[in-house]
Design a protein around this ligand. Structure first.
Ligand code: CU
Length: 339
């Protein structure tokens, strides 16, 4: 397969549907790519080890730029499949639709650098009436909008996160995506974050019911992992109580209007240098999807021979793309085409 590897990897790059947090939208205005948004260290690839230090800010490094937001106002965090965004003709923008799972947002005092038990959950959207947080995220074109608590003025890190559960019936295969943004909260808010929060390297376990879960078996409810959403007032958060969302959860419907007037404060512009790359190679694909015949390797259409010409490869790719079963297989198994 020496001669084919490059082609297969190229094809895998087209279908690996990951995502990253890339910009703030304040008052309807995009503040610029990676302005006050830390650039992840590993492109758009997911984290699979829930104890990884990348669970804090996706390996990003703090920069001195911030966006200003008024306490109690709404903040929108924009994600894209590729980094930098390739929005036109990218069917996996902002994330592959196979990546069903919850969307959550945490906040911490910026002085902590996000390290330790310092994070407070302020938003979550799990699984409500058959819709996942990620489904709503796709409907909103990759925008996650939250109303900030009435926080005391100061510097904070805000950390949106989502989990791709499409392979999560295998332990260690859930895909975690997070990113950290740097905000300066203004105004005369009075709510201080709870003194003890959540350590993001200990927030989840690989066996949490919301992390090790088969989403293809007629799920009727889903337990969002991590702490409960803070009520915005109490000084004590409850870091160990996960929320089950059969019923709608608080602020599950993101509002789209950012009414407060807020301006971006520029002291530096973060560089957007992360290059998307293929997900690390995994030799086995164990997820049982609803369509048992979907193997991802062109079932229902032509098979690619061991060696082939570019023309053969292109025509194979066309038959594969045109086959609905193969397309479904790709959606359900985005890594099935990778080596
Ligand atoms: Cu992905």
């Amino acid at each position: 397969m020496k001669t084919t590897a490059a082609f297969v990897l190229a094809a895998a790059n087209l279908v690996a549907g990951h995502t990253t947090f890339q910009s703030f939208v304040i008052g309807g205005k995009d503040q610029g790519q990676h302005f006050a948004v830390q650039t992840p260290s590993n492109g758009n690839n997911p984290i699979k080890d829930v104890t990884s230090s990348a669970m804090v800010c996706n390996g990003g490094t703090a920069t001195s730029d911030q966006v200003e937001v008024a306490a109690g106002s709404s903040v929108t965090m924009q994600w894209h499949h590729n980094d930098p965004a390739t929005t036109s003709g990218d069917s996996d923008e902002p994330i592959a639709a196979s990546h069903k799972g919850p969307v959550m947002v945490y906040i911490a005092d910026a002085a902590t650098n996000g390290e330790g038990a310092v994070w407070t959950k302020i938003y979550e959207d799990g699984y409500t009436n058959g819709k996942w947080g990620v489904d709503n995220f796709i409907t909103n074109k990759g925008a996650i909008t939250v109303d900030l608590p009435n926080l005391t003025a100061g510097d904070y890190l805000i950390r949106p996160e989502m989990i791709g559960l499409h392979e999560a019936s295998t332990q260690g295969a859930a895909q975690f995506y997070n990113g950290c943004g740097q905000i300066k909260v203004t105004g005369s808010g009075t709510a201080s974050l709870p003194s003890t929060g959540t350590d993001m390297t200990k927030a989840y376990s690989a066996t949490d019911p919301g992390v090790l879960v088969n989403i293809y078996s007629g799920l009727t409810s889903y337990t969002i992992p991590g702490p409960a959403v803070w009520d915005g007032a109490s000084t004590d958060s409850s870091p160990s109580t996960p929320t089950t969302t059969a019923a709608p959860v608080s602020s599950a419907a993101p509002s789209k209007t950012a009414t407060p007037t807020s301006s971006a404060v520029a002291s530096a512009v973060a560089s957007a240098s992360a290059t998307p790359s293929a997900e690390p190679a995994t030799p086995t694909e164990t997820q049982a999807a609803p369509a048992p015949t979907s193997t991802g390797s062109g079932s229902g259409s032509s098979t690619l021979p061991e060696t082939f010409t570019i023309e053969q490869f292109i025509s194979w790719l066309k038959t594969t793309t045109g086959s609905s079963s193969a397309r479904r297989a790709r959606r359900a198994h985005p890594r099935a085409f990778q080596l």
